[in-house]
Design a protein around this ligand. Structure first.
Ligand code: PGA
Length: 252
């Protein structure tokens, strides 16, 4: 089902959802995936306070754990923040940076996102860098310009295919049940691949480009088979093991 290219990644972003009771979902997912041979990596990104618990529930499974955000510094006087090194010590292998909810609710600019992404890479983790246009920008025909500008501004110069993942998430598709057409997704992913080639030369071809925004079991097959779509960043549908499994199984 997957298109040719780098090994896909299906990452679940729990956002500010989760509890000790919800640990049953990753436990269930690990059990359901036990004997499934997957052609993709699977990851869950719970709130920071649950990372260690999720990690221990997933012990012995191939499911990886990631963080949802971090500070650009490794340590220091930053009340309420968390560093990439801390996430690494807790067992994370990746950190999402520049999610549109962080950009909108916390004023994160491309420059801030690039600094965070670099901190993640320097800690030895993969930076999952999120980009995507708003509905106004899409209606105004500015999608490709916006995405090109965001990728140029948010991608650290030192990025390598091994420590960088791009997630294209149209802001208007996140949590709304709306998705772009497959042609629209393919168009933006082709642009991103092209930009990566310019910015990273040969390494650009090996970077995973995820699609995110209302991915669910019913549309995952079509979206994941598009060229230059190397997996998904999943919000709402990652909270229930059965739904998340329905998406992951596209790569079985
Ligand atoms: P959604 O969220 O799957 O709930 O639309 C995606 C995301 O924000 O990463």
């Amino acid at each position: 089902m997957a298109s040719k290219g780098p090994r896909p990644l299906v990452a679940g972003n729990w956002k500010m959802n989760g509890s000790l009771a919800m640990l049953r979902e990753p436990r269930l997912l690990a059990a359901m995936l036990k004997d499934v041979r997957l052609k993709a990596d699977v990851m869950v990104c719970p709130p920071a306070i649950l990372i260690r618990r999720v990690k221990s529930v997933l012990k012995g499974s191939k499911i990886k754990v990631g963080g949802q955000d971090c500070h650009w510094n490794a340590a220091g006087a930053h009340t309420g923040d968390i560093s990439a090194d801390m996430l690494k010590e807790a067992g994370c292998t990746a950190v999402i940076v520049g999610h549109s909810e962080r950009r909108a609710n916390h004023g994160e600019t491309d420059e801030i996102v690039a600094r965070k992404a670099r901190a993640v890479q320097k800690a030895g983790l993969k930076a999952i860098i999120c980009i995507g246009e708003t509905l106004e920008e899409r209606k105004a025909g500015k999608t490709l310009d916006v995405v090109a500008r965001q990728i140029k501004g948010s991608l650290p110069h030192e990025s390598a295919a091994s420590d960088t993942v791009i997630a294209y998430e149209p802001v208007w598709a996140i949590g709304t049940g709306l998705t772009p057409t497959t042609a629209e997704v393919a168009e933006v992913h082709a642009l991103i691949r092209n930009e990566l080639g310019g910015l990273m030369s040969n390494d650009g071809a090996g970077v995973r480009i995820l699609y995110g925004g209302s991915v669910k079991p019913s549309n995952a097959g079509d979206l994941m088979s598009l060229p230059n779509v190397n997996g998904a960043l999943v919000g709402g549908a990652s909270l229930k093991a059965a739904d998340f499994l329905g998406i992951i199984k596209v790569f079985a």
